[in-house]
Design a protein. Sequence first.
Length: 94
Amino acid sequence: MEYRLEFTTAAERDLKHLPRNIQQDILFTYLPAIQTDPYGLGTPLHGTLKSERSYHFGHRPEYRIICFIEGELITVTIIGTREGIYKRAKRHNR
């Protein structure tokens, strides 16, 4: 199956706020890999982000790409550091 990739407005904003080298890694390494095998690489999330999948990369800081998969469409919803993503999810749940 061939998957299409799209970004939410928030994810586009997240990407622009990251360091240039991390942006390049996401666009040219991690997203193509996710697009090729979204279920093999990501882990399902629970709680507030249930029904989405998380893809991890980097080390100190550790980054996450959070995506929602529906049919052939992968929607990137959040991109950021591990700490930042889960803080945002908690605030959103209140």
